[in-house]
Design a protein around this ligand. Structure first.
Ligand code: A2P
Length: 257
């Protein structure tokens, strides 16, 4: 049996010159937990060329969706950005990842912190009713350089709260906080400074982030993860793993080594 499913592209959406997303068919045998990623890619000269991508789509949806940057000289994304409806993409059979709500201790507010395409795993998590269980507020923080890079803003802010199955939960519990660093916008600043300074919870009328009560999930640039790791260390936060629940989880799979 091949290590990959061969799926057909159903739609492609270009958000900006450097950011796109696509949907594809989903083999019913491909099961994943919200927040996980898998290897996806293309056959290039007869060989699979693959990178790790988080599922954007809900784990109950019939199709799969992925969000990607376009790296001009990137071996995969320089090709992947040109895919068209009907093209074949490879989807790895083994989803994995650390951004699981089951790796977190029960808590009050759940902060999901993303920069750039680090938003992807949180898109599947906010579409999972289990994410909201025993949580007061799910605070989704997305930091980008420019407003145009705030992918899925319309879906998160307007469509999800109207969704026939998830609408009630999302409207009651989901709080979306988009912020940009290089343009004027309603929220500005880095997702690190906004949390570390206490500005963000204060803006939302929430108590300061507290490790005894709140939980944090992180996905984004290496700098973001390094800065939060230092902050967690200083505050003696407990990291959750697949075998023991903790106060925060980080997805390190996308960090270039
Ligand atoms: P900034 O504009 O201040 O660099 P990128 O496009 O480089 O991946 O960045 C996406 C977003 O992540 C930008 O808003 C960028 O802010 C921000 N960012 C970069 N490094 C960090 C970091 N160490 N902590 C928090 N945010 C960061």
């Amino acid at each position: 049996m091949s290590a990959f499913f061969e799926e057909k592209v159903l739609s492609v959406h270009h958000w900006t010159d450097t950011l796109f997303s696509f949907t594809c068919t989903r083999d019913p045998a491909f099961r994943f937990k919200s927040g996980q990623f898998t290897m996806i890619g293309l056959l290039v000269d007869g060989k699979p060329l693959l990178r790790a991508y988080s599922m954007v789509s809900g784990n109950w949806e019939e199709h799969l969706e992925f969000l990607s940057i376009k790296v001009p000289d990137g071996p995969l994304t320089s090709r992947l950005q040109h895919i068209k409806v009907g093209d074949t993409v490879l989807i790895g059979r083994k989803p994995v990842g650390t951004l699981l709500t089951e790796s977190l201790l029960p808590g009050r507010n759940l902060y999901m912190v993303a920069t750039g395409t680090g938003l992807a795993p949180f898109m599947s998590l906010i579409r999972d009713p289990d994410t909201y269980e025993n949580i007061e507020k799910v605070v989704l923080i997305h930091g980008c350089r420019a407003v145009a890079e705030l992918a899925y803003e319309e879906l998160i802010a307007h469509e999800l709260p109207q969704h026939e199955l998830l609408g009630e939960l999302a409207a009651e519990k989901l709080v979306y906080y988009p912020t940009v660093t290089r343009e004027a916008f309603i929220h500005q600043g880095r997702v690190t400074d906004l949390i570390f300074s206490g500005k963000l919870p204060a803006d939302l009328g929430l108590p300061p982030v507290d490790k005894e009560q709140d939980r944090v999930m992180l996905c984004g640039s290496p700098g973001l993860l390094a800065d939060y790791t230092a902050w967690f260390k200083q505050g003696a936060w407990l990291e959750g793993t697949n075998s023991a629940r903790g106060q925060f989880v980080i997805e390190k799979a996308f960090v270039e080594k």
